[in-house]
Design a protein around this ligand. Structure first.
Ligand code: HEC
Ligand code: HEC
Ligand code: HEC
Ligand code: HEC
Ligand code: HEC
Length: 368
């Protein structure tokens, strides 16, 4: 009987948390729908097959010690238990970020229904709902949200710093750094995490106060809208004595791909009057492992191979191929979300969408 009651309370709490985002949908429908399709909303084992497959093989799974919760299901009531995926409040309630060598940690506000955001209007600081009425008692104008307080005084939100509680870095149990996104790209400035991954797009931020645009909440990345990021990678061609060089220019302030499961690939096809010829393709990876061989993240102690295109790097790839003026080269730069070799070890090889080549940028260049 007791167990039943406990179970019921547990379910109720889970239901309350799940409702959280649905509440926001009422007044932030456009943002809600974008967010619904994003990887943040799919960050839990239940929603993300790759995460589930990795967790299934993890040695901590048998102990039910879900250390991933801190970033993947941050709204859990009990720490280190699988909970619901990232919600609106998992970002908008971050009060501060503690820095640690293993991984940073978000500290959440304990003020109920207070959300942080950014504004360029210096007069807006902490905004509570206000309605001013004219002499007939009719409502004239409103300010703020009838549901929550908005706090614009938290400096984390004016740049990508707010992302760094989860995205900065992570070490495994051997003190080996599995991934890192440099702070450079998070700082205030013309380009940061928010301007590139949450650009202003058409549509109102709220249904109560109309705005022409809002910050995109689909979070363009590997799975969602990579095309939105194509503008931050350039591809140039230069003719050489033996053929031509292709230059891949990465304008991102971080490695072109960040997660060690990804493989970037450059494919080129030469188009001449006589037909087309597929040229050798090139892969760019950052493979982690042990004793010189690839290994699972919890076993890794070293970088086994690193040919990944780095932050702001221009990478040259030389092609030994006789060409003539007027020939064109069709170039595809793209990636496999999950390295087809790693997919086997994760029992994901039948998941076609995860191991298929996704084009980031496609371009035709003419030989001068
Ligand atoms: C410090 C925060 C943090 C912790 C803790 C964390 N992760 Fe992640 N994880 C991330 C971030 C951020 C990404 C997205 C990075 C990217 O796409 O490059 C991610 C992405 C992943 C992915 C790729 C998902 C995909 O769909 O391709 C896997 C797999 C993963 N994490 C597994 C785990 C597992 C398993 C644990 C716990 C043992 C864990 N993570 C703990 C922050 C974290
Ligand atoms: C009853 C309607 C309503 C609900 C429900 C609601 N909001 Fe709002 N919210 C608003 C309005 C209106 C504004 C704009 C207020 C202004 O600019 O004066 C706003 C503004 C915001 C902002 C700040 C936007 C900015 O200007 O930068 C954030 C962040 C936010 N809401 C998050 C949320 C989250 C998260 C939820 C769900 C937990 C939620 N809201 C639920 C009406 C609502
Ligand atoms: C509470 C932790 C957390 C915060 C805060 C956070 N992220 Fe993430 N982010 C994650 C995790 C976890 C994933 C991977 C989810 C998965 O694939 O399972 C992720 C994935 C992503 C992706 C990859 C999406 C894709 O389609 O591949 C992008 C881009 C991203 N985040 C950008 C941001 C930006 C920009 C911010 C700051 C505004 C931010 N994140 C804040 C945890 C977080
Ligand atoms: C100049 C634009 C730009 C800035 C600034 C930027 N990014 Fe990216 N980001 C990119 C590009 C380009 C890619 C690769 C294309 C893709 O993922 O589709 C990418 C990919 C990613 C991915 C997916 C990589 C993977 O392996 O899963 C994550 C996560 C991410 N960025 C997070 C961040 C965070 C966090 C910041 C701030 C510290 C940031 N980005 C700043 C352009 C940018
Ligand atoms: C991964 C972190 C993250 C998540 C999750 C997230 N937001 Fe945001 N949101 C931000 C950031 C950062 C900004 C500020 C963007 C800027 O500076 O333009 C923002 C801006 C906003 C704004 C103001 C938009 C504008 O352009 O004026 C509203 C409203 C808002 N968020 C509501 C929501 C709602 C509702 C959800 C859930 C459906 C949500 N957010 C989920 C990070 C997040």
């Amino acid at each position: 009987m007791m167990l039943k009651i406990l179970l019921f309370v547990g379910l109720l709490q889970a239901a309350l948390f799940a409702q959280d985002d649905v509440v926001c949908k009422k007044c932030h429908a456009t943002i809600y729908h974008e967010f619904y399709d994003s990887m943040h909303r799919k960050s839990s084992p239940k929603e993300d097959k790759v995460h589930q497959a990795t967790w299934d093989l993890h040695p901590l799974k048998s102990k039910d010690d879900y250390t991933c919760a801190q970033c993947h299901t941050p709204n859990t009531q009990e720490s280190n238990k699988v909970g619901d995926p990232i919600s609106c409040t998992a970002c908008h309630a971050i009060a501060s970020i503690e820095e640690h060598p293993t991984a940073n940690q978000n500290i959440y506000t304990d003020k109920p229904k207070t959300f942080f955001s950014a504004t360029t209007n210096a007069e807006r600081q902490i905004v509570k709902f206000q309605q001013s009425k004219d002499w007939l008692g009719l409502s004239k104008s409103t300010e703020g949200s009838p549901y929550h307080t908005i706090d614009y005084t938290n400096d984390l939100y004016s740049s990508g710093k707010v992302c760094m509680g989860c995205h900065s870095h992570r070490q495994n149990g051997h003190g080996f750094e599995l991934c890192r996104t440099p702070m450079e790209g998070a700082k205030e400035g013309t380009k940061n995490c928010i301007t590139c991954h949450m650009p202003q797009v058409k549509g109102s931020a709220t249904s109560i106060t109309q705005t022409p645009t809002h910050a995109y909440h689909g979070f363009a990345g590997v799975y969602n809208d990579p095309k939105l990021l194509a503008q931050y990678v350039d591809i140039k061609l230069e003719r050489t004595q033996n053929g031509f060089d292709l230059f891949i220019i990465n304008h991102a302030p971080h490695d072109l791909m960040l997660h060690p499961l990804r493989v970037v690939e450059l494919q080129a096809t030469l188009l001449t009057q006589n037909g087309s010829k597929k040229l050798p393709s090139y892969s760019f990876v950052r493979i982690i492992g042990k004793d010189g061989k690839p290994a699972m993240p919890w076993l890794a102690t070293e970088v086994v191979k690193d040919t990944m295109i780095k932050a702001n790097e221009t990478r040259k790839v030389a092609f030994d191929e006789a060409v003539q003026s007027g020939d064109t080269v069709e170039v595809k730069l793209g990636f496999y979300p999950v390295d087809p070799k790693a997919a086997k070890n994760l029992n994901l090889e039948s998941e076609r969408s995860l191991t298929k080549f996704t084009i980031l940028k496609k371009i035709e260049l003419t030989i001068e």
